[in-house]
Ligand binder design. Structure first.
Ligand code: SF4
Ligand code: SF4
Ligand code: SF4
Length: 419
């Protein structure tokens, strides 16, 4: 297999940085790149999950001594062998420990089924969504339980970075680890006005990051579709970072600034008892979590169905809620936007990659000639409210290069928006 051609939507430079980053790890660089390439072929519908699993099973076992990746084939096999109602029981469990216990009883054929498979099974190989068909997709999603997600009103973002600060504070993130990120950019194809892109993890229903994770640390939570990282299970191989088309992952290189003893223990484990919230420990991957402690009721009923970034946003442009509920805040916002002839159509980032992201935007979609610019330049060019990361006392690793690992976290969001 060859990795000669660029496969990553974020482009050749980003892919090169990822390759260098993998070279620094103890794990196989070539395997990480090939799996990432093929995981995106799976989301595009060019390769099945079963083929993907089969293609890499031996190599993953050899490299990691474990292959817990989800596989549709194993799921089907388990279904055929299900003579004790174990499938139903398996679908009901959420914790890794429970899952393993049930699977032990299901035999070797089911051993490769991962928790993430169930969050994505219905969406696999789906056609990329047309911008105008967001409503239709929501209808399709009805009756499928909760699917947390966001609708973001790009037209009214003023670039104040309050969301970035709130996320950083709530999650005790190190300087330069910005789970929420605001891009200032220009788009030659859409006039001279500087623009803004608000970018958390997209919590993809068909998440390539979860497909490549050998340990299932990165998983799609069965109960509500959140894409989370079990910090206790992650071995820090960074394959998820390579396979993410959006560049949202941060590796925790050093001991975190805020020690474990200072963390709010109610803001560490989710309702399943898995360590998926707040900042990651050393040697582990992190990214925006969509605030599972809040969604699990850990911060009280009033904060369920909210996120820290949403609450901190002065113009209220982040609408968080259950995308499967037609009455939820994001769906109501989208409905109003659809009915307003003055509003641009909604879109999801990198729809052609087929990841089924659960963040939906209303506003300008970055075109192929979009380029990131600094906050200062955005201000000079008329975006008076644009605030730089320096101004709010945060580090912008993705732009300023003032971190020794900048090359590894650098880059941008794709969809035509390049560094
Ligand atoms: S945006 Fe989030 S869920 Fe989607 S591939 Fe990247 S890390 Fe995974
Ligand atoms: S870095 Fe952790 S979460 Fe990511 S693929 Fe490796 S084990 Fe999974
Ligand atoms: S949803 Fe939660 S974790 Fe994600 S950017 Fe907002 S505050 Fe941070």
């Amino acid at each position: 297999m060859s990795t000669e051609d660029t496969f990553h939507p974020l482009g050749e430079e980003w892919e090169g940085e990822l390759e260098e980053m993998l070279d620094e790890t103890e794990y196989d660089t070539e395997l990480g790149l090939e799996m990432a390439r093929d995981a995106m072929r799976v989301t595009k519908g060019e390769l099945s999950d079963a083929e993907f699993h089969e293609r890499y099973h031996e190599d993953v076992l050899e490299e990691f001594d474990v292959d817990d990746r989800p596989t549709e084939a194993a799921w089907e096999e388990a279904k055929e062998a299900d003579d004790e109602g174990l499938i139903e029981r398996l679908a009901d469990v959420d914790t890794e420990q429970e899952r393993r216990e049930v699977m032990k009883k299901m035999g070797a054929g089911a051993a490769a089924v991962g928790l993430g498979a169930w969050g994505t099974a219905d969406n696999m190989a789906g056609e990329p969504e047309e911008p105008a068909s967001v409503a239709a997709a929501q209808e399709d999603d009805d009756d499928e339980g909760t699917q947390w997600g966001m609708a973001i009103d790009l037209e009214h973002c003023d670039g104040c970075l309050s969301c970035v600060v709130a996320c950083s504070q709530e999650n005790n993130l190190d300087m330069g680890v910005n789970w929420m990120y605001i891009f200032h950019y220009e788009d030659e194809d859409a006039g001279n006005d500087p623009k803004l892109m608000v970018r958390p993890c997209q919590h993809c229903s068909d998440a390539p990051c979860a497909k490549v994770c050998p340990t299932t640390a990165r998983h799609v939570r069965n109960s509500d579709g959140l894409v989370l990282t079990d910090y206790d299970v992650c071995i820090g191989c960074r394959y998820c970072q390579v396979a993410c088309p959006y560049g949202v992952n941060y590796f925790q290189w050093d001991e975190p600034d805020v020690p474990m003893a200072d963390l709010d223990t109610d803001h560490v484990y989710d309702a399943n008892g898995d360590w998926v919230d707040s900042r990651a420990p050393r040697g582990v991957m992190s990214k925006c979590t969509m605030c599972p402690t809040r969604q699990d009721g850990g911060f009280g009923d009033d904060n369920q169905g909210t996120t820290a970034c949403e609450q901190a946003c002065p113009p209220g442009i982040i609408h968080f809620g259950d995308l499967n509920d037609p009455e939820s805040e994001p769906n109501q916002f989208l409905e109003e936007a659809r009915e307003d002839p003055e509003k641009p159509s909604s879109f999801r980032l990198l729809q052609d990659v087929g990841t089924n992201p659960n963040v939906i935007y209303v506003g300008h979609e970055p075109g192929s000639n979009a380029n990131q610019i600094s906050a200062e330049e955005a201000r000079d060019r008329g975006l008076a409210t644009a605030v730089s990361y320096d101004q709010i006392g945060l580090v912008d690793n993705r732009k300023t290069g003032n971190d020794e690992h900048d090359g590894l976290d650098g880059g941008t969001i794709g969809g035509g928006l390049s560094p």
